[in-house]
Design a binder for this molecule. Structure first.
Ligand SMILES: [Zn+2]
Ligand SMILES: [Zn+2]
Length: 149
């Protein structure tokens, strides 16, 4: 196989992974009634993804054993920085306890009204939970019904 062919295969794989992620994304959004978002039009979300990339580059990220070099759908959460899992291991991203479950990913304050969402960037799906204050500050309120009220 020539290099060009290998690159094409890899590009095809990536395209398939992105399409896959889009399907997962739509399914989660429909099931959990979450807004569908695509970055990088939001600075805060783009920042979360950048941090994940940095962790991966510095080999500080925790990656489930099923994620190999080839492109596939991966999940991450703003409350679990540096943790990257495959669809089968997505349960590992669940907040460890109720306290974390009600904690804003931006200001780290506990809140009873957490606005949860999932955003897609390429084959990555990133989950987050923000308090009412931060959902406004990040400019995401428009995507969350009730976030502006
Ligand atoms: Zn896995
Ligand atoms: Zn907050």
């Amino acid at each position: 196989m020539t290099t060009t062919a290998a690159n094409t295969a890899r590009a095809d794989q990536l395209a398939a992974a992105v399409a896959d992620a889009t399907r997962h994304h739509h399914r989660i959004a429909a099931r959990e009634h979450l807004p569908l978002l695509v970055i990088p039009d939001n600075p805060w979300l783009a920042d979360q993804v950048r941090r994940l990339h940095t962790a991966l580059t510095n080999r500080q990220a925790l990656v489930c054993p099923h994620i190999t070099g080839s492109p596939s759908v991966v999940y991450a959460a703003a409350w679990a920085p540096g943790l990257l899992v495959c669809p089968a291991c997505v349960g590992q991203l669940r907040p460890a306890d109720d306290a974390e479950d009600g904690t804003c990913d931006r200001c780290r304050r506990h809140t009873d009204a957490l606005y949860a969402g999932v955003v897609q960037t390429g084959p990555l799906l990133l989950a987050y939970g923000l308090c009412r204050h931060c959902i406004r500050r990040t400019g995401l309120a428009d995507h969350h019904p009730g976030g502006t009220s």
